[in-house]
Write a protein that binds this ligand. Structure first.
Ligand code: MG
Ligand code: MG
Length: 265
């Protein structure tokens, strides 16, 4: 069942999403060679609690940490470890909070030091595909239009679109209806309506779309060991158009990058 949100509820969800954004911005300045993902996880947990919220992933379905940190060939659901990050790594940081009864859940894939050109391109294309998907989240469109936009954007570069893991509705639960695949046919799936809030999150592989799960019971890795990228935003449908509740601007600020992500009119 899809739960539509009121304007007041969407305002609260923006606060939850923005706390995740600020957490990712705080981490952006810390991500460098030699740092471990476990150290970053502890910093994030402290930051979230200091802001009066609860780390949403900690203990959820039994997950042991506050962040999902997925490095290189890991797609999503990586468990923070004491292995130091290395120059040239990429690491997806997925963060969730529960605040004022509503969840925020978003993610960014960071570069560690100097990253290979082809991997940087994977990150750029994946992030652009997220915005292509968001642009398709309009009243009268359907869930399949979002996935179709993401899939087209990535497959024309020869990348693999992960099938087994999908975006989702977001609200008082971390995972609500509908599921939001990163692939699909135009005009298929549930109708998009004002008041929907979706976590849209392309998971895109440089090579095969196939994935497998590691023996730790969590980490999803690419079938061919090539890198994967993951970007996620929380998006509300308001007056027929997408309103992005989360932001990468804190990350850009920390990294000295231009803040020129699209705004949807
Ligand atoms: Mg997430
Ligand atoms: Mg999510």
């Amino acid at each position: 069942m899809i739960i539509l949100k009121t304007a007041e509820e969407i305002a609260l969800m923006r606060e939850s999403a923005q706390l995740v954004s600020r957490t990712l911005g705080m981490l952006a300045a810390e991500i460098k060679p030699g740092v471990t993902s476990l150290q970053l996880d502890r910093k994030a947990e402290e930051f979230i609690r200091d802001h009066g919220a609860i780390p949403a992933f900690l203990g959820m379905y039994g997950f042991p940490n506050s962040l999902c940190m997925s490095r290189n060939e890991q797609v999503v659901h990586g468990i923070p470890s004491d292995q130091p990050l290395q120059e040239g790594d990429v690491i997806s940081v997925d963060c969730g909070v529960l605040m004022n009864d509503f969840y925020g859940d978003h993610a960014y894939t960071f570069e560690v030091g100097e990253v290979a050109l082809e991997t940087r391109k994977l990150l750029e294309v994946t992030k652009a595909s997220l915005y292509a998907g968001i642009d398709a989240m309009r009243r009268g469109n359907r869930v399949g239009d979002i996935g179709n936009a993401i899939q087209k954007h990535c497959e024309r570069e020869g990348y693999g679109v992960v099938r087994e893991l999908v975006g989702h509705g977001l609200g008082r639960k971390l995972h609500e209806d509908p599921q939001v695949p990163n692939y699909g046919k135009r005009g298929s799936g549930k109708l998009l309506q004002d008041g929907m809030v979706l976590a849209i999150e392309p998971m895109i592989n440089m090579g095969t779309h196939r994935v497998r799960q590691l023996k730790d019971g969590w980490s999803i890795v690419t079938g061919d060991g090539k890198p994967s990228a993951h970007f996620e935003h929380d998006v509300a449908l308001v007056d027929g158009r997408p309103v992005v509740l989360s932001t990468f601007d804190y990350i850009y600020e920390a990294l000295g990058l231009p803040k020129n992500d699209p705004v949807f009119a």
